[in-house]
Design a protein around this ligand. Sequence first.
Ligand code: GLV
Ligand code: MG
Length: 333
Amino acid sequence: MARPARLDRSARPARLDRSARPARPRRSELATPASNEWMFAKAAASDADLVFLDLEDACAPAEREAARGKAAEALRELDWGRTLRAIRMNAIDTRWAYGDVIETVTEAREALDVIIVPKVRRARDVWWVDTLLTQLEETLGLTKRIALEVLIEETEGLENVGEIARASDRLEAIIFGAGDFSASQGARVDTNFDPVVDYPGDMWHYARARVVVAARSAGVDAIDAPFPNFRDPEAYRIASERAAAMGYVGKWAIHPSQVELANTAFAPTQDEIEHARRVVAAYREAEATGRGATSVDGMLVDAAHLRHAETVTRTAELVNRTAELVKGSAVAG
Ligand code: GLV
Ligand code: MG
């Protein structure tokens, strides 16, 4: 009797390199409903660092399955230039989740850079998507690894954000989703997710702080929430600058007009860059003479200031590299 064929594990395709998370700009993440194909060209031509075609809440439930093919075709066919191409899948406790991943990855292949996973509650939600992607990448022979971003927009997700942030080395960013989060918390808010009463302080500060601390601890980016009131650019600018001050590297844009505001708010200003250069130069000069501290403009400069300055310089370099890329070329990494 013939022996049953044995599984030859050595025949498995080589795994994609998992060694390093690429540094990619994420100042603006533009949402576009995946069911609305007439919006795709404008999104592709925008200056957003990332565009995601949304299979979740911006799509009517009856449209969600048909939207997968529309999204994959647009990701493949349009010129997205340097913009990262993403989809937002449906949450893993819905019947659409596996189909969203399998259909869009199979059809879009290397034209899909990032999958955004909404309503993540636990690390195992991320593992589920990671495992499915690993199998798909092997089966399809993809040469590029698909990255993940997760939305923290459930109270349970915020409770578990530390373990979620470390759940997968595909994870590159955590997004604070104020819309669903306020609903999950039972908060009384208006349509811009602001409290309906005169609340002392910032009602979302705790959640925002917890997300950015978890993200930074795990070495991933923190992205701030959508801002529905797209007719108030000044309020969007202020919200962006506050998030940037906390350590967020970008914000969602629910309208193309918000993209430029976010790109500006999350880039260091010329003054910040100039000051950072002076701090680095002064510190290095002090260091060369055996001192660990010096001063710039009459203020102490020590190793902590050097760390700040290097963050500014790194962000400025990333933004500059992005600016040099014209439509038709992709961001390295
Ligand atoms: C985003 O999905 C949000 O709920 O804010
Ligand atoms: Mg949401």
